[in-house]
Design a protein around this ligand. Sequence first.
Ligand code: SR1
Ligand code: MG
Length: 429
Amino acid sequence: MAQQQAGDYRILHEAGLRDHLAGLSDLKALLGGDPASWSITEVGDGNLNLVFIVKGARGGVAVKQALPYVRLVGESWPLPLSRAHYEYLALSKQAQLAPGLVPALLHHNERLALTVMELLEPHIIMRKGLVAGTQYPRFVDDITTFTARTLFFTSDLALPAAGKKEAIAAFAGNHALCKITEDLIFTDPYRIAEQNRWTAPYLDGLAASMRDDMELHVAISRLKLKFIASPEALLHGDLHTGSIMVTESQTRVIDPEFAFYGPMGFDVGAVLANLLMAYFASAGHERTPGERQAFERWVLETVEKVWIEFARKFLDLWRTQARGDAYPVSLFPGEKGAMRLEAERHAYMQRLFTDTIGFAAAKSIRRIFGLAHNADFELIADLKSRATSEARAVRLARGMMVEAAAFRTIFDVTGAARKLRDWQPELSG
Ligand code: SR1
Ligand code: MG
């Protein structure tokens, strides 16, 4: 477990970071030139940490330092520095399992809760690209390789039980970050909570109806239990489109500070939810009706392909690389055994699909009624138009959670999304 050594920690401002990097010979050489001439800019726009871009005469790096509190809220909400340790551990594992799909790690200092990584240029945060209506042709292949490999190879299908338990233990101390998810995703949006906010007054009625909707409360509580009590695989833990950097030809997954052993559907669901939110937000970003049709078609095709390709790659790994203690091959001998095991693999994927769409729904609802919203909706300046897009996303999400049986395939999800594209909700106010 990560040790907190609060005495040695200090927040590094520009001068402190310059001195720290200048003292590391490899990084000094990579940056090049006189350290005094390095440009250092704090660019963090996430909810938790400081992020610097440092550029020298020869090259650049990205530096992330954990703050001892939640940046979005301030010092009144303390948060352990140990999250930098778990992020480093997760990035190292992901680099091994999904090479080329995470930034290269260049340096980590446990005491300072600081990690130096490859500078990703000219990559941008995927969410910003989606708001602008950009399509990313490599995304499906890259994100499904990332999710299929990181989830499969850290699961009981690939690991012996003892190794898996050790791996769970290595991340068990990251519970403060899990608690953020347990509160902000699985609890607060469904009750009165000080930090909740929504597009008022237009969504006031919808917010109130969600607080009164016991079927929804049962569904979110089942998902919360699954999140807390199902250490299936090492999750990224916060795999939204703000944690993905892209160009049209490259994808890099960043920021796994919420990593822990949890249910696989949580990561895949995060990807699907954020694509669906980009889809529903798109109408609010139109300057002329219909101008983003091609983009919207691409987003829904991407939703379909993310699930289909993830499932195909995961099943392929299971058929060829299953060295774990789950499903012993000795129990499935001969042709009859092989056929029964293959049927069970498909049943497993169906259960995983149901989890995935449930988690995807939870991830959409939290961005509309909880503390941390996303730019897809927030950048829609007209509040009525924003609330309309959000209400469409919520209607789909409620269905995915409460009427899960109606969503047997990913095409049921995209079909329902398509039908809601021009639905006019009744707004309050
Ligand atoms: C207080 S942290 C809010 C959110 O930011 C992170 O990106 C996670 O999604 C978390 O829930
Ligand atoms: Mg993050």
